[in-house]
Design a protein around this ligand. Structure first.
Ligand code: MEV
Length: 431
């Protein structure tokens, strides 16, 4: 990657943007040909991915610019149906750049599988017997995945918890597995199923569930950035963003929306790279519950000693580069080629940096002019197209809708009819 600072990028046409991305990412133009809707996922490929296939659904694939992560420029592929998300991430990344961009870190890629054991006469004793059998159980689990072991992964630990429930005490054994560059669900589920019966015998109970936990709190990725006070709009904006963040840290009603804004960025990158969006979302929201059991903001913003805004975000990030749609879906493969992460940890860190950028953009808009002004002109495009506008008509209708402060389907139809020289509103739209 030469540079992610691509001025004028958004003014190019789609072909021009694709050629620029290919050039910056060191790819041939043909490498990104699959981004053309006619050359993406085929019906046959789709038919092998899920059941009862009757078609494929397209979504816009954009690229966020301006990102510098740990001193390296990166273009971030994003798939989303929501207008303004890609522009907002790029805008925040431009502000972060002033003070060095994003800085990231992550834990080892540790996933956990749970084995639920019922009906133990002596749960406390069962727990300790299982821990005594740690080596035996780990060896049996590792025997399931020689390839993972050869890449330096495998079971890292055995943890046993007692969970009190309305139906009694469950002994719950966790296999903690280093899954390397995989998302890891298949690896840990296979291991849990393989050792469950033996674990049940050792514990003196009956095993029931054997499945990973999406509360992937041993597989965390973090991002941090300093957002320059002047680039943000001045000290008052910094102050207001700190207040916006503080409300989300203390009020679950605000926290849910604040975190949704973070997920606008995160889900878009996770989806673009063919990873499991629901696994990431489950991990994120479970992580948003603090020690006191309250749902709170995933990110935190503070004013630093020099008056600039520091933002941090940390959450579970179970994303992989091998297996699943990441390898099968041609567009996901293209997204991975644009990003070119050396491993899954780096991908996880880019995803979290994008979430932080997205969050900052939303808070800055909310703490200043409000979200609607920026949203409305983008939303107006959808409204104009839905009303039937095509080609040059789109920008003309958008301009009128924004100018009239009436971004509505009926007004778009009236404006379009006027443009076309007829006073009867067109019924060409789908709105
Ligand atoms: C809209 O998709 C996301 C926001 O609501 C996030 C937020 O309120 O922080 C703007």
């Amino acid at each position: 990657m030469t540079s992610s600072r691509l001025s004028g990028f958004r003014d190019l046409d789609v072909e021009g943007r694709r050629a620029t991305v290919a050039e910056q990412a060191g790819l041939g133009a043909a490498d990104l040909g699959v981004l053309d809707p006619t050359r993406g996922l085929t019906l046959d490929q789709a038919d092998h991915m899920i059941e009862n296939v009757v078609g494929v659904m397209g979504l816009p694939f954009g690229v966020a610019t301006n990102f510098t992560i740990n001193g390296e420029d990166v273009l971030v592929p994003m798939v989303t149906e929501e207008p303004s998300v890609v522009a907002a991430a790029s805008n925040s990344a431009r502000i972060a750049r002033v003070r060095g961009g994003f800085f990231t870190s992550s834990t080892a890629p540790l996933m956990q599988a749970q084995i639920q054991i019922l009906g133990c006469a002596d749960p406390a004793g069962a727990r300790v017997r299982l821990l005594e059998a740690r080596e035996e159980l780990i060896e049996a689990a590792n025997a399931q995945d020689p390839a993972l072991i050869s890449f330096g992964g495998g079971v890292h630990d055995l943890v046993v918890r007692l969970v009190e429930s309305r139906a009694g005490t469950y002994v719950v054994a966790h296999l903690v597995v280093d899954v390397r560059d995989a998302m890891g669900a298949n690896a840990v589920n296979t291991m849990a199923e393989a050792v469950a019966e033996r674990a049940g015998r050792i514990a003196g109970g009956r095993t029931l569930l054997r499945i990973l936990t999406n509360k992937a709190d041993m597989r965390l990725a973090r991002a941090r950035a300093v957002f320059d006070s002047e680039a943000l709009g001045g000290p008052e904006v910094v102050e207001n963003i700190v207040h916006a963040s503080a409300l989300a840290e203390s009020d679950p009603y605000r926290a849910a929306t604040h975190n949704k804004g973070i997920m606008n960025g995160i889900t878009a990158v996770v989806l673009a790279t063919g990873n499991d969006t629901r696994a990431v979302e489950a991990g994120a929201h479970s992580h948003a519950v603090d020690e006191r059991g309250r749902y709170a903001a995933l990110s935190h913003f503070e004013k630093d000693a020099d008056g600039h805004l520091t933002g941090v975000l940390e959450l579970p990030m179970p994303v992989g580069l091998v297996g699943g749609a990441t390898k099968v879906h041609p567009v996901a493969r293209a997204a991975v080629r644009i990003l070119a992460p050396p491993d899954a940890r780096r991908l996880a860190e880019v995803v979290v940096a994008t979430g932080l950028a997205q969050n900052l953009a939303a808070l800055r808009a909310l703490a200043t002019e409000g979200i609607q002004r920026g949203h409305m002109s983008l939303h107006a495009r959808n409204v104009a197209v839905s009303a039937g506008a095509t080609g040059d008509e789109i920008e003309k209708v958008v301009a009128r809708l924004v100018q009239d402060r009436a971004v509505r389907a009926d007004h778009a139809e009236t404006v379009l009819a006027e443009l076309r020289g007829s006073s009867t509103p067109t019924s060409g739209g789908t709105a």
